[in-house]
Design a protein around this ligand. Structure first.
Ligand SMILES: Nc1ncnc2c1ncn2[C@@H]1O[C@H](COP(=O)(O)OP(=O)(O)OP(=O)(O)O)[C@@H](O)[C@H]1O
Length: 133
């Protein structure tokens, strides 16, 4: 493979890492998503979830982070193209934010489906559920 090609690919990888780093460093919402991911990972470790369940958790985390990075990119592009108020600019930002919310709801549903059986099996929760019925 030509050296120039490899250098270009490595540069592209570096730019992508820079973009990812900027999202984690400067986006306030990203910090919330990271916190949620840490909680999910802690629960996964605590309950010793199965490898297949880890796959769903990793997928859910990746989905939300990816949506947030796309949202940030779209916000920046919108601010560049339309720094002043414009209805379409507002719609574009609302749609991008809606995509993040949809990803977050999906991740929440995955989290509930995976963790609920483990939570329900905890003696204190099982006892409480028994008293409820
Ligand atoms: N140029 C604009 N024209 C019209 N409406 C806009 C414009 N910029 C922002 N808005 C409206 O204000 C909302 C918030 O926009 P803003 O850029 O502050 O994003 P945000 O949700 O606060 O994102 P973040 O907190 O991640 O920066 C948008 O979803 C949109 O409805």
């Amino acid at each position: 493979m030509p050296r120039k090609y490899i250098k270009k690919r490595l540069n592209s990888f570096g730019y992508a890492l820079r973009g990812m780093g900027a999202a984690f460093r400067y986006e306030p919402n990203m910090k919330l998503h990271v916190l949620a991911a840490i909680e999910a990972i802690f629960l996964g470790w605590f309950f010793h979830i199965k490898p297949s369940e880890w796959c769903w958790i990793i997928l859910a985390i990746g989905l939300v982070w990816m949506a947030e990075i796309f949202n940030t990119a779209l916000e920046k592009l919108t601010d560049l193209v339309s720094p002043d108020y414009h209805e379409l600019a507002g719609q574009a930002k609302d749609l991008a934010a809606g995509a993040v919310l949809m990803a977050a709801f999906t991740a929440l549903a995955i989290g509930i489906l995976i963790f609920w059986p483990y939570v329900a099996a905890l003696p204190v929760v099982a006892e409480w559920l028994k008293n409820l019925s």
